[in-house]
Design a protein around this ligand. Structure first.
Ligand code: GLN
Ligand code: ZN
Length: 753
């Protein structure tokens, strides 16, 4: 063993060409059998291990593969899948998929965001009666599989404390963490198995400690790593705490009798000093996470080496690593033939990041390595003043605070009511209508150049007209154009704004078989031409009813892109906001009286640490307000959010000052309205009354019940009636019936007012 090690905390698993996605979907459609699915997984694992080994990493992770999600894998491994799945009598693999995706009468486990990333994990359900058993052998099997290829690996597991902190309790007044003492013996059993197998190191992930934690939770961390380390028949333990500053968790880990700690030195620039000041690390190996596992920029070698070097005298041994698993970045930038070569030179995807880690390891060891091309890439990016759009910068500098303020809500509401003349409990939708095969085909053909501009435009206009007529027939009060021209609510805008690039193969797993291809925001952002006006104007020309213009907000555009890291997010957000503002103004000038600016990711970018919330809210809210101001009082601004835990963002939702906010509420039976009212929210609100995540069509009475609950909480003159989210993923038959019932319910409850 050399003094300086190199590793990565995890690697993408969906396949460079999304092989796993395809195999999963074919398996679920009964087109391939379990053996074929498993073979795809095996091939992908082999490829990954061989790639990582040939790149020259000292330590290679295993058990980073998953058929769906690593948290679900952990629940399965410890025999903690809820009984509603295990009693179905399915094969182990199908039981696992039932928990992931749900089956008739056994709804899936809930899914939620993995910390502040756009990856979603499945939420384990535990209760006082949960018993854990070591029910599986996945980490052992994958270790063996790699060993058979002559590759020594380090199995990666979700740590016990993070696992329980991510779990949800099935009963009131019970904390999943109370199960710690029953779970730890099972981890010990697993460690023994791995040891017997010859495993030298395991990695236990505890990212939960990058967020604020209570005394009891920190005590659980202490207890856990003393307990596990106490076992003599075990591999060496590496605990990885990533996604930010570990706070007091760092001291706890440093003083635990484990062998190594991985720290994220990218997310929070001040953490390196805390690590350097921790005397208890002197007998430990510290993995310095200096290569960003979540973003796509090449690493500045001098900065990374300086950080790692700071720890040299502090830790017993320093290794070079990524800040977190590379799960969150695409595979290989070399495949992006369409990217501008200059931009490409600034980027590193997973495969390139592995090379960076290896190179930095060598440099740190004092080997004679060539850092000049890495330095040059950093310098070139920095020097790219051509990217600075003077006009955008001047416009932003000239903005005055009053440019982001609208008249008091009461005045606006009166002007809007006079202009729109809507009935009480007006009905509307969130924007997208089901995307038919013809629509998708037309978009693809247009992109491929086989359908010319004129033919494409006419196909879209026909679709818009169809959707408008349908909405008129259904009797909705505020119509939408249906978004047929949009592949994705962020990518559509990224393709039309300057400062963004899009990739061909840059897929990143979002959940299960679902992947997204985040655009890359690399330079100053501006809007060369209107992006949505022609479609909106066409829709409005077809009907006397108001048509809502439909835009994606600045925070969501940032959240679902890879964003430049050379200036504060707040500055980038302001530029995107200005581009959205230009579009808002043009929509208004084109006669669009209602404009919706979606911010479904407002919650996602919320920092893990409370101390950072105010700063985040300040820039997020001001970006939204900049985007939606400077218009007539009578122009109505809507926004939309869709997630269930609003708690901490409620004040920000209020501060956005939108005239109407539509929010997901159907599953929680309107609970969010109580929270909004309690937080003093006093503007228009459209709680979702139709759960669009399910093919189920709610009947009229069911919607009436939800509306009566709503009317009891919020004054009727501020209430709107709409589905939970866009209808893009649903089929027309269900959508038509559901919307018909929604309109009927609104009319019925109106009469009761
Ligand atoms: N307007 C978008 C749609 O209806 C909103 C999508 C979203 O909130 N994720 O599809
Ligand atoms: Zn939504």
């Amino acid at each position: 063993m050399t003094d300086i090690g190199t590793t990565v905390l995890g690697y993408p698993r969906i396949g460079p060409d999304r092989e796993l996605k395809r195999a999963l979907e074919r398996y679920w459609a009964h087109k391939i059998d379990e053996a074929a699915l498993r073979e795809t997984g095996r091939e992908l694992r082999e490829r990954t291990w061989r790639d990582l080994a040939s790149a020259g990493l000292d330590s290679i992770p295993s058990n980073t593969f998953s058929h769906y999600d690593q948290v679900l894998d952990t629940a399965e491994l410890f025999g903690a899948l809820p009984e509603r799945f295990t009693r179905l009598g399915l094969s182990p693999l199908d039981t696992y998929f039932a928990a992931a995706r749900g089956v008739q009468d056994a709804p899936a486990l809930e899914m939620t965001k993995w910390f502040d990333t756009n990856y979603h994990y499945l939420v384990p359900e535990v209760g006082p009666d949960t018993t854990f058993t070591l029910a599986g052998t996945k980490p052992v099997d994958e270790y063996r599989e790699a060993k058979a290829l002559d590759i020594e690996t380090r199995p990666v597991l979700v740590g016990p404390v993070t696992f329980l902190l991510l779990a949800k309790s099935t009963t009131k007044d019970f904390r999943p963490l109370d199960l710690l003492d029953t779970l730890l013996p099972r981890y010990v059993e697993l460690l023994r198995r791995l040891h017997a197998e010859g495993v030298e190191w395991v990695q236990l992930d505890e990212p939960a400690f990058a967020a604020d934690r209570t005394e009891a939770e920190l005590n659980a961390l202490i207890r856990t790593y003393h307990w596990l380390a106490d076992e003599s028949e075990r591999p060496k333990i590496l605990v990885a705490g990533y996604f930010g500053h570990l706070g007091r968790g760092l001291g706890v880990l440093a003083r635990s009798p484990i062998e190594a700690v991985a720290v994220d030195l990218v997310t929070d620039g001040s953490f390196v000093d805390a690590v350097a000041a921790e005397p208890a690390l002197r007998d430990k190996e510290v993995l310095a996470g200096v290569v960003d596992g979540r973003n796509v920029w090449r690493t500045d070698p001098d900065r990374a080496l300086a950080h790692a070097a700071t720890l040299m005298g502090v830790a017993g041994k320093v290794s070079v690593s990524t800040s977190c698993s590379l799960l969150h970045v695409p595979y290989d930038v070399e495949r992006e033939a369409g990217l501008h070569s200059r931009l490409k030179g600034w980027l590193a995807f997973a495969r390139q990041k592995v090379d960076e880690v290896v190179l930095l390891g060598k440099a740190l060891r004092g080997d004679d390595v060539e850092l000049s091309s890495a330095r040059q890439a950093i310098a070139d990016r920095r020097a790219a003043t051509a990217l600075a759009d003077e006009e955008v910068r001047a416009r932003i500098a000239a903005m005055r605070p009053e440019d982001a303020v609208r008249a008091p809500y009461a005045e606006r509401a009166a002007a809007q009511q006079a202009a729109l003349g809507l009935p009480p409990l007006p009905t509307t939708t969130i924007g997208s209508f089901p995307q038919t095969t013809e629509v998708r085909k037309a978009r693809a053909a247009h992109k491929a150049g086989t359908l010319d501009e004129a033919a494409y435009g006419s196909a879209m206009r026909t679709e818009i007209e169809r959707v408008v007529r349908l909405q008129e027939d259904l009797g909705l009060d505020v119509l939408v154009h249906g978004e047929p021209e949009r592949n994705d609510m962020v990518q559509y805008f990224a393709e039309l704004l300057t400062g963004f690039a899009t990739t061909a193969h840059g897929w990143v797993q979002s959940y299960g078989s679902r992947c997204v291809r985040p655009p890359i925001l690399y330079g100053d952002v501006s809007r060369p031409a209107p992006m949505t006006v022609a479609w909106a104007r066409h829709a409005q020309s077809l009907t006397p009813k108001p048509v809502k213009g439909m835009l994606t907000g600045p925070v969501t555009i940032l959240a679902w892109s890879f964003v430049r890291d050379d200036q504060p997010l707040a500055d980038t957000a302001r530029q995107v906001a200005l581009a959205v503002r230009d579009e808002v103004h043009d929509l208004e000038a084109a006669g669009i009286r209602i404009i919706q600016v979606d911010e479904p990711a407002l919650r996602e970018l919320l920092p893990l640490r409370k101390a950072c919330h105010d700063e985040y809210f300040a820039w997020a809210v001001s970006a939204f307000r900049l985007a939606t101001s400077g218009i007539a009082d009578s122009t109505q601004i809507h926004t939309h959010m869709c997630y269930s835990e609003f708690g901490e963002v409620l004040p920000a939702i209020d501060a956005l000052d939108a005239d109407v906010t539509s929010i997901e509420a159907a599953r929680s039976k309107m609970e969010v309205l109580t929270d909004l009212s309690a937080a003093g929210f006093g503007r228009g609100v459209g709680p979702g009354v139709y759960d669009i995540h399910s093919p189920r069509v709610p009947d009229v009475e069911e919607v009436c019940t939800l509306l009566r609950t709503a009317v009891a909480t919020v004054p009727a003159d501020r209430l709107w009636v709409n589905p939970d989210c866009g209808l893009k993923t649903r089929g027309y038959a269900e959508v038509e019936s559901a919307l018909r019932n929604l309109v009927a319910a609104s009319r019925a409850v109106r009469k009761e007012l």
